[in-house]
Design a protein around this ligand. Sequence first.
Ligand SMILES: C[S@@+](CC[C@H](N)C(=O)[O-])C[C@H]1O[C@@H](n2cnc3c(N)ncnc32)[C@H](O)[C@@H]1O
Length: 372
Amino acid sequence: MASGTPRTTLWELDPHTKAKHDILRQYLAGWFPVLSTYHGRVVFLDGFAGPGRYKNGEPGSPLIALSTLLDHSYFPRMKGCEFLFIFCEQGRDRADNLKEEIQRFADERGGDWPSNVKISIKNNEFEQTAQDILETLKTQKAQLAPTFAFVDPFGVTGLPMDLLADLLSFNRCELFVNYIVNTAVRFATSGQIDDRFRELYGTEDFLKAEGLQGQARLQFLHDLYERQLKERCGFDYVQSFGMMNNTGNIIYYLFYGTRNTKGLQLMKDAMWRVDAGGGYTFSDRLAGQDILFTEGDLVSEPLRAALLDKFAGRTVLVDELEGYVLVHTPYRPAHLRKYALSPLEKAGAISVDRPGRSGFPAGRTRITFRPA
Ligand SMILES: C[S@@+](CC[C@H](N)C(=O)[O-])C[C@H]1O[C@@H](n2cnc3c(N)ncnc32)[C@H](O)[C@@H]1O
């Protein structure tokens, strides 16, 4: 158990937890409609679900996921899809509290519960729940339906990399995991909990943090987890987001893994909404403060420079530029036209072959970059 782990059934909501919930809510608001359009069943698996509410009544991740779906303006058009919510919580008291909260949530909706939304609450360890799911799939010779797995522990135990890899090996499965990096920074080379780290990373390479200090040590342990999510779990795209406490230290990273560029786009959009500075971090110290810059101030110059550097002398479809921005830069495709292409065209740095008189329509706009 990490230090500072609450022992009471409920605990207070920190600003960084609220930020985590904002990312989750924002992402699911995009994920549910997209997935339900193409699939007959989708799963939201909350592996470390918590008690359902925080001490002052704020909703926890299970209620956030449920209300994001049920209150979605598109929900009436998602009737053709079955949504299965699996909430797994090890603590007996917290699992009981969660059951009560979900019952209350359903009652408040006047008993009119949609027949395509199913809930399963497991008072169990995540590892056991995941193994049970795998066992059932094996028996049924079935594949896991498209799944968003939210894995949100207090510490570094109970989320083995090998298990995540087995569970989420199917194409449309995604992971949003809370990697408590400050425990790794403190103990990775102490020899005290090596077995736990072997499980967490699925490799012994954490031992190579030996001798590294400060930012270099943090970065090494960040990059190691990212590498393992790509190599062991087979996620093509991984995006992290750092959470700082009020002393300005990163306490954990949320890592998102997917094989799908639409998912990556939704998650980058969600993360930018929480950190409008585009640094993929949130700090408790800055919570609630006014932002002193515009998105354009931050994005325009570096994005233009990145494009000029990468595409100098080439002619490309605007779609290729969107893909590049999404996968290879910290920016979002939504930034491309307004903050890069329009100013570059005005400055004469690109010429544009477009179907109409203005804009950069996808599929039909070719951009020629001046040679370097
Ligand atoms: C960080 S809290 C989860 C918060 C919740 N996801 C939310 O956002 O509202 C972690 C929860 O995992 C539970 N837990 C601890 N070990 C577990 C395990 N091995 N499997 C499942 N749940 C566990 C704890 O009791 C605690 O409620």
